[in-house]
Design a protein. Structure first.
Length: 324
């Protein structure tokens, strides 16, 4: 097991915060595997130090960029060219098998059973289910595969400008070849699925093991009042389920912020926590919520909060904002 690891990537301090929360969530659920963070040179010293306290290995890699502005523009995500950097994970050949996880994922229970799967195992992408989503995948590090992937990039590029396009092109028989390589959706529950198939989310969402805050607005785009347990996003729409966002912020504010504070010392830094502040009226305030554990229990007992947090109107309102 010492030769198996969870791997993530952060090229800047924002995604580094995501990686910190992800690492903490894996530790909290007692993973027996190693934790590895790939980082870019832009990640600041204090953030590197915190990552080193959470992860077994923090490795600096060259930032690769697809430079493919046309395809990235189609996805409305000009920032995702750097996700080519993810391909570096195949160079971690001191491990025999790894699970890659985006820095915007959060683990809700132990997922070590993923190491029973083979390369390339992943969950369907909610936007195009014959493609896998590259936010969570099982792979086997190999310099040979790494070389072939880079060669594939040069010859074919990426249909989405990011790593997911390349990986789906390279592992092109994923959709049809071997069903055991299809991870259940609960290992990569994209927040977007909540809006696109609400009844299924109501039925199965309580089983989620990994939530993926896919899309432009990330948990760290919001602010949080730890005392009131309120999340606000004055300039951003809420694209994720409030409960999952609250899980992310609870972990960030309780476990990560103190470590950051220690590293920054007297230097100012913005934690995103806005304790005791009053919120501007245009801010989108989300009410205190149950934790996902409590919520799952209720769900299993058939007590979904249909009138409140789980009400159709409540979620439809979010859907409408989202579609605007
Ligand atoms: N990433 C990064 N720096 C960036 C953009 C992305 O380190 O500027 C990494 C990070 O691990 C992130 C992953 O690449 O989770 C994929 O990007 P993102 O999660 O934003 O894509 P989405 O899941 O929203 O499509
Ligand atoms: C996706 C995936 C993400 C990937 C991006 C670019 O939406 O969630 O992991 O980096 O596409 O291909
Ligand atoms: Mn992601």
């Amino acid at each position: 097991m010492a030769d198996q690891a969870f791997v993530t990537l952060a090229t800047n301090d924002s995604y580094a915060r995501g990686a910190m929360v992800l690492g903490k969530s894996l530790r909290n659920h007692n993973t027996s595997r190693k934790l590895v963070a790939l980082i870019g040179p832009q990640v600041s010293e204090p953030c590197q130090s915190v990552l080193k306290r959470i992860y077994d290995e923090v490795r600096m890699v060259d930032v690769l960029d697809s430079g493919d502005t046309a395809h990235l523009a189609m996805m409305k995500r000009p920032d995702l060219g750097v996700t080519f950097t993810k391909l570096h994970c195949w160079t971690l050949t001191h491990y025999s098998k790894c699970v890659f996880m985006d820095a915007d994922t959060l683990v809700l229970s132990n997922i070590d059973e993923l190491f029973d799967r083979e390369e390339l195992s992943a969950a369907p992408d909610p936007g195009w289910p014959d493609c896998f989503n590259s936010g969570v995948f099982v792979f086997c590090p190999s310099m040979e595969t790494y070389g072939k992937l880079l060669q594939y990039c040069t010859e074919h590029g990426s249909f989405d400008g990011g790593d997911q396009g390349v990986l789906n092109g390279f592992f092109s028989n994923w959709a049809t070849a071997d069903i055991s390589k299809h991870l259940p959706f609960i290992y990569n529950l994209s927040s977007i699925a909540i809006y696109t198939y609400l009844p299924a989310f109501k039925q199965y969402g309580g089983n989620a093991k990994v939530v993926h805050f896919l899309g432009k607005t990330k948990p760290w785009s919001y602010t949080f009042d730890p005392k009131a347990k309120r999340i606000t996003g004055s300039t951003h729409e809420a694209t994720a389920h409030p409960t999952f966002l609250l899980d992310w912020w609870s972990l960030f504010s309780s476990a990560v912020v103190p470590m950051l504070q220690e590293q920054y010392g007297d230097q100012p830094f913005h934690s995103g926590c806005v304790e005791g502040e009053s919120f501007p009226s245009h801010a989108q305030a989300l009410q205190p919520q149950l934790s996902s554990e409590e919520r799952k229990e209720k769900w299993e007992q058939g007590q979904a909060d249909y009138m409140g947090m789980d009400s159709f109107d409540n979620i439809k309102r979010k859907l409408d904002t989202f579609l605007k």
